[in-house]
Design a protein around this ligand. Structure first.
Ligand SMILES: NC(=O)C1=CN([C@@H]2O[C@H](COP(=O)(O)OP(=O)(O)OC[C@H]3O[C@@H](n4cnc5c(N)ncnc54)[C@H](OP(=O)(O)O)[C@@H]3O)[C@@H](O)[C@H]2O)C=CC1
Ligand SMILES: O=C1CO[C@H](CO)[C@@H](O)[C@@H]1O
Length: 278
């Protein structure tokens, strides 16, 4: 079976570099999709309170026959629960929904820079969750370099990861460099640019040269750049295809050619402007 490399986070915890993302997987489909991913060999699942499908992830873990320690599960604090006590209670509801006594990784989903609760207060709540052992690691998502610097300077625990949008059309050089400078691992969300990568003739040409698909080449590019990825699919063949990326290697020139496709194209919101509360 394919073996997925682990990345060691800044607190020593290991995370599989390839996982399975479940945004837009409908709650009633989540258990089956996650079980299919486990069957193929994925051991890392990325969910969020906002996705409303944590329960399905928990049910899949329970039914998979895998030990809790064999899987790495991430969830994220929903917008609207940034106040200290709200964050702590929301975290416990996640554990309850999933039937777990701990999460491997818990993130602040969005910094929400213009709402009246400062994300440094929210970070304090996550630090307490971490200290209690209920999360093995804590981190942030969609933090711009300025947001990250504040948490690093004003907090006690350095975030283990910053989960940001990264794909060949949005290479995020500045944000990735800020993560690295602070010892924070980059997790790349929407690694397939929500499917857009398959339409790129440049990626298709590289894929043809390797006998692989454009999606596999985009994911391989991210793996070779050292980022953590979790493509989403509800199609079993694609879930399998996205897992088969460890039997080929891109040359330095190919990595550079894919990086050159950057056009600053976001498929999701800009964190500087996103203050949405569901
Ligand atoms: N922190 C954050 O704010 C965010 C985090 N995320 C995380 O990142 C994960 C992945 O990002 P997501 O936005 O879902 O998008 P992806 O970049 O993973 O793309 C998913 C889309 O690509 C299609 N697809 C998947 N595999 C293939 C393939 N091999 N060939 C062709 N098409 C394919 C899927 O279709 P189909 O399902 O029909 O097969 C789906 O439409 C999310 O699930 C979530 O966990 C995402 C957005 C924001
Ligand atoms: O994870 C997510 C999925 O996409 C949503 C809409 O763009 C985001 O708000 C959210 O961060």
């Amino acid at each position: 079976m394919t073996s997925v490399p682990n990345i060691t986070l800044n607190n020593g915890i290991e995370i599989p570099q390839l996982g399975f993302g479940v945004w837009q997987v409908k709650p009633f489909e989540t258990k089956a999709a996650t079980l299919a991913a486990f069957e193929i060999g994925y051991r890392h699942i990325d969910t969020a309170q906002m996705y409303r499908n944590e329960q399905g992830v928990g049910e899949a873990v329970a039914e998979s026959g895998l030990d809790r320690g064999e899987v790495f599960i991430t969830s994220k604090l929903n917008n609207g629960y940034h106040a200290h006590d709200d964050a702590s209670k929301a975290f416990d509801r996640s554990l309850e929904k999933m039937g777990f006594d701990y999460l491997d990784l818990f993130l602040i989903h969005w910094p929400l820079p213009d709402i009246d609760v400062d994300f440094v207060e929210t970070w304090g709540a996550l630090e307490e969750i971490y200290a209690s052992g209920r999360a093995k690691a804590i981190g942030v998502s969609n933090f711009q370099p300025a947001h990250l610097r504040r948490v690093v300077q004003e907090g006690t625990v350095v975030p283990a990861v910053n989960q940001i949008e990264v794909h060949p059309f949005l290479t995020q050089d500045e944000a990735r460099a800020a993560n690295t400078e602070n010892g924070v691992a980059t997790e790349a969300w929407s690694p397939l640019a929500q499917g857009l990568v398959v339409e790129s003739p440049e990626i298709a040409a590289i894929a043809n040269a390797h006998g692989k698909s454009p999606a596999q080449v985009a994911l391989r590019w991210q793996i070779q750049r050292g980022d953590i990825v979790f493509p989403k699919s509800v199609t079993v063949e694609r879930i399998r295809e996205n897992f088969e990326i460890f039997d080929f290697e891109l040359s330095e020139d190919e990595v550079a050619a894919i990086s050159a496709l950057d056009k600053g194209h976001r498929t999701g919101p800009n964190p500087d402007e996103f203050n949405w509360i569901p």
